[in-house]
Design a protein around this ligand. Structure first.
Ligand SMILES: NC(=O)c1ccc[n+]([C@@H]2O[C@H](COP(=O)([O-])OP(=O)(O)OC[C@H]3O[C@@H](n4cnc5c(N)ncnc54)[C@H](O)[C@@H]3O)[C@@H](O)[C@H]2O)c1
Ligand SMILES: O=C(O)[C@H](O)CO
Length: 313
């Protein structure tokens, strides 16, 4: 079996040695421009069009991340980016769920214990114990309840918060109230104090965190965007922060990345920012998932992780 690998920044030699350990019989190489040699599987991130164009012999392509929005948007512009009929797989969890849990739990606890307020008081040299928040007033609402959203919901249930999720169809996660479809979005938002976004970027989810949704949240709510920048209407967020409807926001992703220096988000005292690092691809776990998927495909089985190109995730 022949495997080709392309990533603009990852250390290809490291990935190839990890893959070789899992798939000792495979011939694995880093793809470079001009390479039209045989390939059964391709592992890619931001692949150049010439890499996969016309490769009808491929059995599958693996995206080296969880979100496939960038590859699908390039595919729309250039249908040669992926050979027709070849399945596209994405990474499911592979260590990202734990990272998302760490991020979400630490930030929810930060807000719940009023560390944002104490930081503001500290800057004024003020010693002022504040009233505790109650868990019952701290309902967490998670947009997107798939591989990552489901795990984040589970961890917040473990901390005793009321947790609800919103997804395409109803979910059955222990201790989590499930809402589904546009018709239940308002009921989901109503009384949500912390809105966490873990949706994929699709035409239906772009701009979903806008004034209309934010105004339905509980007063003094918080927004945690961990999915994609295009989900959030940044001007609406700033308006809601300035009106007092929202108390704070923590953003990992932005409609333009890197976030331009002139963005008012950098300077807003109640916005915290990380540079798209909420959950990164972990090579060893990703390789384990990809190798096991390849083995299943070679046996004619139907592994999970295949992207539905029509649905967009
Ligand atoms: N910030 C980061 O570092 C980082 C890292 C990894 C993933 N992500 C983002 O997280 C996203 C989610 O990843 P995942 O593995 O959990 O995806 P997933 O496909 O397992 O889950 C997606 C969830 O969204 C729901 N959904 C999709 N479209 C919907 C719609 N129109 N209405 C209602 N619900 C809808 C699905 O029902 C599902 O529950 C990725 O697409 C990626 O953009 C970000
Ligand atoms: O989707 C992912 O895997 C990360 O956000 C990197 O793009």
């Amino acid at each position: 079996m022949d495997i080709i690998f392309y990533h603009p920044t990852f250390d290809a030699n490291h990935w190839i040695s990890l893959l070789q350990r899992q798939l000792p019989q495979a011939r694995i190489r880093e793809w470079r421009s001009g390479d039209n040699g045989p390939a059964d599987y391709a592992l890619v991130w931001h692949p150049p069009v010439e890499m996969l164009r016309g490769r009808t012999g491929l059995k599958a392509v693996f995206a080296l991340g969880a979100g496939v929005d960038s590859i699908l948007s390039k595919l729309k512009k250039d249908p040669d980016l992926l050979p027709a009929g070849v399945p596209l797989f994405r990474l499911e969890d592979t260590g990202m769920a734990e990272q998302m849990q760490e991020y979400a739990v630490s930030q929810v606890l930060h807000w719940f214990r009023r560390f944002d307020d104490y930081q503001a008081l500290k800057l004024q040299a003020k010693w002022e114990p504040l009233a505790d928040y109650e868990r019952e007033d701290f309902t967490i609402g998670i947009l997107g309840a798939g591989v990552l959203g489901g795990k984040v919901a589970e961890s917040l249930v473990g901390w005793g918060f009321p947790v609800r999720c919103w997804s395409r169809s109803h979910k059955n996660y222990s201790g989590v109230k499930s809402f589904a479809g546009r018709e239940e979005l308002s009921a989901f938002a109503n009384n949500t104090r912390v809105l966490i976004n873990l949706l994929p970027n699709t035409p239906e989810t772009v701009g979903i965190i806008n004034s209309e949704l934010v105004n339905q949240l509980a007063d003094n709510a918080y927004v945690l965007n961990l999915a994609r920048g295009v989900h959030l209407v940044e001007d609406d967020l700033l308006t809601a922060l300035d009106s007092g409807k929202l108390k704070g926001a923590m953003l990992d992703v932005f409609s333009r990345e890197p976030l331009p220096a002139e963005s008012p988000l950098w300077r807003h005292p109640r916005v915290a920012i990380t540079p798209h690092v909420a959950a990164v691809t972990r090579p060893a776990q990703a390789v384990e998932f990809i190798s096991s998927t390849i083995i299943q495909l070679d046996k004619g089985q139907h592994p999970t992780g295949q992207v539905d190109l029509q649905r967009g995730y």
